[in-house]
Design a protein around this ligand. Structure first.
Ligand code: SAM
Length: 203
């Protein structure tokens, strides 16, 4: 990883995904969670202010060490204990059926082996547990989707491996998790980055 990926990108992400509007989406996505939660792509802890008090512990996975430093204030301000358990969502150091829920926000776009990461989510979720997701991905608009495919390699290069054109509904369903709720909507910003997948998938 170069200087840009290690030092600059985590700070850009912290600002870009730290707005009030995005905060509202985060709050809505994770409002109903309880117990223990695996968070893939914990980053700078941008979800921490929105976890409800019914969450007891968050197991965090993320390779970005600078983001972990940026998370310090949010961690200090939260009553929820956070344990860093790894750097790759595709290899989670937790026992089978050991967490009540998993969370991924703006992260399934970036994990290189996303299929394996979703299998790991399924493995560590207890029966009846849920994955909650809030992700940008492949647009339903064929014109936008064509552009997303065209610019995907460029996006990966400058955004730390982030893909523009992942179909998260298809990826999640392929992992064996069952999508129970899915919302598609757009957020403000460039069309290639604003097509959202938000919902819940159960084990
Ligand atoms: C766009 S950021 C989103 C951060 C945070 N989830 C949020 O909602 O603000 C994508 C995150 O995925 C993390 N990431 C990249 N590869 C990963 C992997 N293999 N496993 C877990 N997280 C990964 C990055 O370090 C980064 O923190």
């Amino acid at each position: 990883m170069g200087f840009y990926e290690r030092q600059v990108l985590p700070r850009l992400v912290d600002v870009a995904l730290g707005s009030r509007a995005i905060g509202k989406l985060r709050q809505r996505a994770i409002a109903g969670l309880t117990g223990t939660v695996l968070e893939l792509g914990f980053g700078s802890g941008t979800n921490m202010p929105f976890y409800p008090p019914s969450v007891q512990r968050v197991y965090a996975v993320d390779p970005a060490l600078v983001a972990r430093k940026l998370a310090a204030k949010r961690l200090a301000a939260s009553p929820i204990s956070v344990e860093f358990v790894g750097i790759d969502g595709a290899a989670v150091a937790l026992d089978d059926a050991s967490v009540d829920a998993a969370v991924s926000t703006w992260t399934l776009c970036t994990i290189p082996d996303v299929d394996q990461a979703l299998r790991e989510v399924r493995r560590v979720l207890r029966p009846g547990g849920h994955l909650v997701f809030l992700e940008h991905g492949l647009s339903d608009d064929p014109k936008v989707a064509r552009r997303q495919h065209r610019f995907d390699a460029l996006q990966q290069r400058f955004a730390g491996g982030c893909h523009l054109d992942r179909d998260h509904a298809a990826l999640i369903a392929a992992s064996g998790l069952e999508i129970e709720h899915l919302e598609r909507f757009s957020i403000a910003g460039p069309k290639m980055l604003s097509s959202m997948y938000a919902g819940r998938a159960g084990k």
